[in-house]
Design a protein around this ligand. Structure first.
Ligand SMILES: [Zn+2]
Ligand SMILES: [Zn+2]
Length: 373
């Protein structure tokens, strides 16, 4: 079939919105009519070199929701007409050591993510100008239709509004998972969230849900500080320096239990400032993507050792994305998850991609969403 997608060609620095050819779903695959896609900063990293291993030409987008139009041979749990949210970071194999250790987001198939073809047989379903197209994160949600592996699909209640629900897949699962799984926030904890974008805004809500005693949000943009307070932050400040003063006061110097680093782009020079915000056995969770060639971070190692502090990475909320999507869809239905405050602007078509990312760079949105059909 013919459909439209945002393609990044080699040696280009902007998305090309163009017609592509899409093959039918092969065995174990699903054709999805996309309803909406979120604009995650990770897609923008394809443009700025943040993912040097990603093959081009590639269809961007990995935060998607839509309606199933057809399924390939052997797909029984998903049917045409089902509403689906597409899981990240990959369709796990279910059989490797990581999968068997209940860490499917670290599945060995991750080694193929830069190649971006179908996980089932390593070939492409998406084509344009006589070339095979990769799909980012095995999804390619910057498209009006896409073909994905069945293991990427989570069937959701048709009553769930897909325009907002697409953001659950990455921002939601990552932000909530960073707090619940990676940080293991407990009732009574003090939590600092640095950066109030899609992930940070979700992390603030998760910290409130987990019973944090105090939540401090850090963002230089006043609008984002306002959103953080609406979502449950007790105090919102503009800098890590201000956060140090506030956290010292509110904990009588014992400092925070957790700092979630969720900036637009990670910066190793902030690591010591983040570590100084946590106290004994405190944990700094690094969620934000750092530049691929950043190899240095400044850390006071004496404090790290003597106070048993921890710096830990977090990929996709340290969660099986399929489980995280179900968890958050249920929470939304129960009225305990504010998705509307996450999606602060919607755009009408693929052509609005550049303006969506411009708004993101200018800090005027938390998460932008493109309507695709
Ligand atoms: Zn993302
Ligand atoms: Zn696996």
């Amino acid at each position: 079939m013919r459909t439209r997608a945002a393609v990044l060609w080699p040696d280009r620095s902007q998305w090309s919105i163009e017609e592509i050819t899409l093959d039918p779903p092969a065995a174990g695959e699903v054709l999805v009519r996309m309803v909406a896609t979120g604009l995650c900063h990770s897609d923008h990293h394809l443009l700025d070199g943040g993912y040097p291993g990603a093959r081009r030409p590639v269809i961007g987008g990995h935060e998607g929701a839509g309606v199933v139009e057809a399924v390939g041979a052997g797909v029984h749990a998903i049917r045409p007409g089902d509403h689906v949210v597409l899981s990240v970071p990959l369709p796990p194999c279910g059989a490797c050591v990581a999968c068997l250790d209940a860490l499917p987001y670290l599945c060995e198939r991750g080694a193929l993510i830069g190649q971006g073809f179908q996980i089932s047989d390593g070939t492409a379903r998406h084509h344009a100008r006589g070339e095979d197209l990769s799909v980012f994160v095995f999804l390619g949600t910057f498209a009006e239709h896409t073909v994905v592996n069945e293991a990427s699909c989570v069937v959701v209640d048709p009553a769930l509004p897909l325009e907002a629900a697409c953001t659950i897949a990455c921002a939601g699962v990552t932000g909530w998972g960073a707090v619940l799984n990676t940080a293991e926030v407990r009732a009574g904890d003090t939590v600092v969230v640095v950066g109030v974008g899609g992930i940070g805004a979700n992390a603030v809500q998760a910290a409130r849900f987990a019973g944090a005693r105090s939540i401090v949000a850090v963002d230089p943009v006043p609008f984002k500080r306002g959103v953080a307070k609406r979502l449950g932050a007790d105090i919102a400040v503009a800098s890590l320096g201000e956060a140090a003063t506030v956290v010292t006061d509110m904990t009588a110097g014992r400092m925070a239990n957790t700092v979630v680093m969720a900036m637009a782009v990670g910066d190793g020079r902030c690591t010591e400032a983040a570590l100084s915000l946590v106290g004994k056995r405190g944990r700094v969770v690094v969620v934000n993507v750092h530049p691929a060639d950043e190899n240095t971070a400044t850390i006071n190692l004496r404090n790290l050792q003597s106070l048993e502090k921890q710096v830990v990475g977090c990929l996709a909320g340290s969660w099986d994305g399929r489980k995280g999507i179900r968890f958050l869809a249920d929470l939304h239905r129960a009225g305990r998850y504010d998705l509307d405050s996450i999606v602060t602007r919607t755009y009408d078509s693929l052509a609005a991609l550049p303006s969506g990312y411009r708004d993101q760079a200018e800090g005027t949105i938390i998460r932008g969403v493109l309507r695709l059909s």
